[in-house]
Write a protein that binds this ligand. Sequence first.
Ligand code: OOG
Ligand code: MG
Length: 261
Amino acid sequence: MNANEIHTLATELDQATQEAREIDRLTLRLPELTVDDAYRVQEEGLRLRLARGEKIIGYKMGLTSRAKMKQMNVEAPIYGVLTQSMRLENGAQLSFKGRIHPKGEPEIGFIVAREIAGAMSAREALDHCSGVFVGIEVIDSRYRNFQFQLPDVIADNCSASAFVMSEKNVPPAELGWESLGNLGMLLEIDGVGVGFGSSSAILGHPAESLAMLSRMLHERSQKIPAGSIVLAGSSTEAILLSQGTRIQASAQALGSCRIKL
Ligand code: OOG
Ligand code: MG
């Protein structure tokens, strides 16, 4: 695909996001859209947001658990970019206006202290982090009925919309490798448990997701800079959110975080 075509697709998705309007998935009319071109569309969409003054604050991995792959019918991990406008304070209200069909999911996240680059083991990548936290990610696919194929969701910045982090974050050495690899995770809506999982569902250990992100970025000549926030991907199915609800995620030693809609 030439740069013009990439730009047209990125603009289409960018406008749909800004207007909270769902569109047909790209692969309906472009069945040959490749994963590589899809990441180019994602990068062009990011360029449009940066031009409006947004700042990159990290990355999100997606479809890193069986539960999510099965729910979305897409069988490969993907990544997207987080910008500062997506970040909510713990306990904040997320405006329902501006979203199409938001879903919530519990996440394990990392605060990267030293640049992570290229092929690193999961343990080595984790050694580059200063903290681990529990978060809630709000995803909001720009595609009709939240349905897409692999290239569509990549082009759409992996459905990224908003996220919140727990106030506390725990140094990886304090938490311990084994414990991080088997944290009980809970998502509650209005005080009722709706999602139950284990951090082991995320590629066997959430730090594997961090290492995979580093490898995927390396293929596109990129790195995870120091200071980045990285979401490892949900261990459970995402839950459709409605206006006026309270959402909380918790993960044992990591504590909890919450938002309102
Ligand atoms: C794609 C984003 C997946 C996760 O944690 O697996 C994701 C989607 O399901 O729309 O964020
Ligand atoms: Mg997610």
